[in-house]
Design a binder for this molecule. Structure first.
Ligand code: GFB
Length: 309
């Protein structure tokens, strides 16, 4: 990528896309193309086709997606598969048709089988059944990987894919029914502190293990891969560290400063029991995350307070 390359960040209003734009701006890229979903509906093939024809992007970060936490995935199953399949198919096809030099597609760690050996290596894709709560989303994300591979195989396109672990940070969704666990717990503990509630309810048993990455680190990893990686195999991006939801809850409780009890609601789903990625491949290329979980959580709580509290 040259400093004045035409770089399209699809999904720049989302948590990941906005972090990629921040990173590109920090690195001095001067020609970043963005469109809101009102300006360009990526599910609409004609609109996508017209955008690529007129704007001629040279590089594409495909960060646009319909995303959400465990309950949103479980509930809005049709939207999660349809929106994501349409976005990926339209953007990847148009990128080939209009001669994009390189595209990076963003997937998710939920592409791996529910009971995959831990830590999960890239080669365990499609070796077992998926987690039911997010199967439609995972199928769409696997389709995105396969689109990149197929356009590379048939047309020689330099389309690569990155699989981030669970993310959090600036621009996260704090809607309690749709969000992921970290923004949900920040909000729940904050509101319980303000209202001096004696307790806060956490979903599930607290036993599941998750790996979390601060979104600005993920953006750094994506730009690193865009500059340094041209191979067919998709790349895991993780921190290598996992934590139980229970321990995470107590850390966030401390960051927010809530003094009450934590109650676990076993009526809510746990989802995948464990989801730790093997990030040996990206480490071997010379990349590592920079932000420790506690520092990222402190920063996320500050963003939450400045935007919502
Ligand atoms: O972050 P989360 O929704 O995503 O949930 P997943 C992680 C764990 O936190 C689950 C528990 O075991 C939840 O039951 N949890 C506890 C909570 N309290 C809460 C709460 O108040 N809100 C939420 N949301 N969770 C999603 C997938 O799975 O992760 C997607 O559905 C995607 O497909 C994404 O892969 C990264 O890790 O379970």
């Amino acid at each position: 990528m040259k400093q004045d390359s035409r770089i399209f960040v699809a999904g720049h209003r989302g948590m990941v896309g906005s972090a990629i734009v921040r990173k590109l701006e920090l690195d001095g890229f001067t020609n970043i193309l963005t469109r809101s979903s009102a300006e360009l509906d990526l599910r609409n093939q004609n609109e996508v086709e017209d955008f690529f024809l007129r704007q001629k992007p040279e590089f594409v970060f495909l960060a646009a997606a319909h995303v959400g936490g465990i309950m949103a995935n479980k509930t809005f199953r049709a939207e999660f598969i349809y929106d994501n399949l349409m976005i990926e198919a339209n953007v990847i096809h148009a990128a080939w048709k209009h001669g994009v030099s390189k595209l990076l597609f963003l997937g998710s760690s939920c592409i791996y089988p529910r009971l995959a050996p831990q830590p999960m290596r890239e080669d365990c894709l499609l070796t077992g059944l998926l987690e039911d709560t997010n199967e439609p989303y995972a199928i769409a994300k696997i389709a995105g990987i396969k689109l990149c591979e197929a356009y590379r195989d048939q047309h020689g396109c330099n389309f690569i894919s990155a699989m981030p672990t669970n993310l959090f940070g600036k621009g996260d969704n704090y809607d309690l029914q749709k969000s992921h666990v970290i923004p949900a717990l920040i909000r729940k503990f904050h509101e319980a502190k303000i209202s001096q509630s004696p307790e806060t309810v956490i979903w599930g048993s607290g036993a599941p293990l998750r790996e979390f990455m601060f979104v600005d680190d993920l953006a750094d990893g994506c730009v690193f891969l865009m500059r340094n990686y041209d191979d067919r195999l998709f790349v895991n991006i993780g921190t290598g560290t996992e934590i139980t939801i229970k321990d995470l809850a107590y850390i966030i409780k401390g960051v927010v400063g809530f003094d009450g009890e934590v109650i676990f609601d076993a009526g809510k789903p746990d989802g995948t029991p464990r989801k730790l990625m093997d990030s040996t491949l990206i480490y071997s290329l010379g990349w590592r995350h920079k932000t420790e979980l506690i520092d990222g959580l402190v920063s996320a709580y500050q963003h939450f307070k400045s935007e919502f509290a």
